[in-house]
Write a protein that binds this ligand. Structure first.
Ligand code: NAI
Length: 327
């Protein structure tokens, strides 16, 4: 039986980069057929249908079928995996509360539709920004669905952190392991070199330059999205799609022994991160479930930065509680 994968924002730029990789088998792995449900707003349906024609023309052996919807209840019916990419971008003059409210208008009904009709094993990845808090809104409005099934994407930050570290140390990307992103998918997030390794050595020691880590590396990774917009004239799309593939692939298929990945997940209270927010942690995955890696080294340098990004998530939570989007 095919796995039903619902993708929202299917006509957007991430959607265009993502759908072909899902249909080719890269999301779930070889030999796993997928049925794609594409969700768009009415103005986006025609373009999504155009993409569906191209997917059809690619004759992907693993693509069992495609449907295009502008109705969330229909799009999430029977979904095993949901990639929530469509979101309301911040427009000029928009305050954070307005942005959160506008996104509440998307993620609350989508959470309700997931609760109403998705498959029992539904797994949700929120890509649309502000991703962590949008995931919290969806989770809070999906009665009966375990909140652990709602995650947000920090894998792009994770991949950027690996790539920048590889470039600095001259190591291959494959020689960088145990990267961890903590906190919010925003410039406040914290890439952790105390637990990451370069060829098995602690990355902090391999770099040996606190000033570079504090003043170049961390801000570079945090503001990479803005750097891409400046260079490309549009926000990251293919790299975001690639990270979404990595996130779901590893959630479904498991992490290798000794390795972990970064996912924003509902806090269990680990590392003093309060429950009630969706924050990025290092996680291992097995059997379709993830577990926050406990007991890692969190020196003062890390703690101060984790506290800051977590405080930002708590403020976002307070704002959406005030708006009645999260209880
Ligand atoms: P885009 O503007 O090209 O596409 C968004 C699409 O979503 C549009 O086609 C729009 O019609 C659709 N949409 C809007 N509301 C919808 C709804 N209620 N239901 C279904 N579809 C809806 O944007 P792009 O570049 O594809 O980015 C999508 C989101 O991903 C943005 O919020 C962006 O900030 C975020 N993003 C997140 C990253 C992460 O690391 N978490 C990285 C890069 C982007």
């Amino acid at each position: 039986m095919a796995t039903t994968v619902t993708v929202t924002g299917a006509a957007g730029q991430i959607g265009y980069a993502l759908l072909f990789r899902i249909a080719s088998g890269q999301l779930l792995g070889p030999d796993k057929p997928v049925h794609l449900n594409l969700l768009e707003i009415p103005q986006g349906v025609k373009a999504a249908e155009g993409t569906a024609l191209e997917l059809f023309d690619s004759a992907f052996p693993l693509l069992a079928g495609i449907d295009v919807y502008d109705d969330a209840h229909k799009a999430f019916e029977g979904a095993n995996i949901a990639l929530l990419v469509g979101a309301r971008p911040r427009t000029k003059g928009m305050e954070r509360a307005d942005l959160l409210e506008a996104n509440g208008g998307i993620f609350k009904p989508q959470g309700e539709a997931i609760a109403a009709g998705a498959a029992d094993d539904i797994k949700v990845l929120v890509v649309g920004n502000p991703a962590n808090t949008n995931a919290l809104i969806a989770a809070s409005n999906a009665d009966g669905v375990p909140k652990e099934r709602f995650t947000a994407m920090t894998r792009l930050d994770h991949n950027r952190a690996i790539a920048q570290l590889a470039q600095r140390t001259g190591a291959a990307v494959s020689e960088i392991t145990n990267m961890a992103i903590w906190g919010n998918h925003s410039p406040s997030m914290y890439p952790d070199l105390f637990n990451a390794k370069v060829k098995g050595e602690r990355a902090w020691d391999a770099v040996g330059d606190e000033d570079w880590v504090a003043n170049e590396y961390i801000p570079r990774v945090g503001k990479r999205g803005a750097e891409i917009i400046e260079a490309r004239g549009a926000s990251s799309a293919a790299s975001a799609a690639s990270a979404a593939i990595d996130h779901v692939h590893d959630w479904v298929n498991g992490t290798p022994e000794g390795e972990w990945v970064s996912m924003a997940v509902p806090s269990t209270g680990a590392y003093g991160v309060p429950e009630g927010i969706i924050s990025s942690f290092p996680v291992t995955t097995a059997g379709g479930e993830y577990t926050i890696v406990e007991g890692l080294d969190v020196p003062e340098f890390s703690q101060a930065r984790i506290d800051k990004t977590v405080a930002e998530l708590q403020e976002e939570r307070e704002a959406v509680v005030k708006l009645g989007l999260v209880s």
